[in-house]
Design a protein around this ligand. Structure first.
Ligand code: KG4
Ligand code: ZN
Length: 360
């Protein structure tokens, strides 16, 4: 299907309720985002210092219908103008995934439209094609609250995982460190803000996995080191907090840089010159220090550095609509009895990561 495709995309796998309408104009062209409605549940989860699955599922139920109406209205399209409906079918918090998936299936059945069950990670992975019409293959660092992975994106549904976390995701480490330091939720932006006034050299924190072969990540040791450090200091002054935040952020930057450098060296056998691009996606890609560090690494290895605009890095419906459009263009639709999946690795052939808390 090479003609234009207009798709409604629905995202409910974590703490953002989102709906968007995106048009795929044709092959090798960027997508047109006709609308992108996102409701962040941050305020509902903030008192608990993290996402509470049951609260998230209820909030999706409350907000999704309204967001879909808004996305359709903002896009100035009617149901007859759509070519298909896509929804995240996993991985994620299962209660939330069910809300979005059932809604999408109901709408697809009611309007007689093709339905696409999208892997949330594929949504992140293909975003750079929607924004920059990036050709396959490219290298992707996916860093969010739930995932830390390095993948070669070879095609739709074709991913080669080079590395993943063996314990916490990097965003999760930011959130836990923020909680330890009493900086609030979500932790990433709070840590980044605190770090601005901090001395990153005051506390020598560990850089787990650096200097080791491969591309896997580990962040739980770093988080424990931060806890021991702050316990040892007793009552923390604002300056102590800033210095810990800066030292932690510098350690994360070194870990991500080291892992990406290994990935670029490995991927150079797979990705031909002219295609060598390092794409960063996920909420953690918002962090300026990490971006700068990764850009330096990318350029040192002859890779172009690509970061989609921030509101498309964090969870949104446009990335799901786009992944649905890419799949529909290849005739890849899904039956109406497709079930939700709490876990759904992009590369099923990848060796399972060993360690506690492995996500996908
Ligand atoms: O992609 P995302 O919006 O949702 C998930 O799929 O998880 O990512 C959210 C994560 C949170 O852990 C948040 O603390 C982190 O991204 N984050 C950041 C920054 N902004 C958001 N981490 C570091 N620095 C930031 N500026
Ligand atoms: Zn995500």
């Amino acid at each position: 299907m090479n003609g234009p495709l207009t798709i409604l995309g629905i995202e409910t796998s974590c703490d953002e309720t989102a709906a968007a309408v995106v048009r795929r104009v044709g092959p090798d062209r960027p997508g047109e985002i006709l609308s992108n409605a996102v409701f962040s549940q941050i305020e509902e989860h903030a008192p608990f210092g993290g996402v509470v699955p049951e609260i998230a599922a209820r909030a999706h139920v409350e907000h999704l219908d309204g967001l879909i109406s808004r996305a359709m209205k903002d896009a100035k399209v009617g149901w007859d103008d759509l070519d298909g409906i896509a929804a995240t079918a996993g991985p994620g918090l299962i209660g939330g995934v069910i809300v979005g998936l059932m809604t999408a299936k109901g709408l697809a059945a009611a309007w007689g439209l093709p339905f696409m069950a999208v892997n949330h990670l594929e949504g992140h992975a293909l975003t750079a094609r929607m924004t920059d019409a990036l050709p396959f293959p490219y290298l992707l660092l996916l860093v969010s609250g739930g995932h830390s992975q390095l993948l070669v994106v070879e095609g739709i549904g074709r991913y080669r995982r080079l590395g993943t976390t063996i314990d916490d995701a990097v965003g999760e480490a930011f959130d836990k460190v923020a909680k330890l330091l009493g900086l609030g939720y979500p932790g990433g932006p709070a840590v980044e803000r605190a770090a601005q006034d901090g001395d990153a050299t005051r506390f020598p924190l560990p850089r787990p996995m650096t200097g080791r072969p491969g591309c896997d990540f580990s962040f739980s040791g770093l988080k424990t080191a931060v806890r021991q450090l702050s316990d040892g200091l007793g009552t923390l002054s604002e300056q102590d907090k800033a210095d810990i935040a800066a030292s932690f952020q510098a350690a994360v930057a070194d870990v991500l840089g080291d892992r990406c450098e290994n990935a670029m060296a490995l991927a150079s056998d797979i990705i031909p010159p002219g295609h060598r691009r390092l794409v960063v996606a996920g909420g953690v890609a918002a962090n300026m220090l990490l971006r700068e560090r990764l850009m330096v690494s990318a350029h040192a290895f002859g890779y172009e550095f690509v970061v989609p605009p921030l509101k498309l890095c964090t969870d949104n419906g446009a990335m799901i609509a786009w992944a649905g459009a890419e799949r529909l263009a290849l005739g890849l639709t899904d039956p109406i009895d497709t079930g939700p999946r709490a876990r759904w690795p992009l590369d099923p052939d990848a060796a399972p990561a060993r360690g506690a808390g492995v996500k996908a």
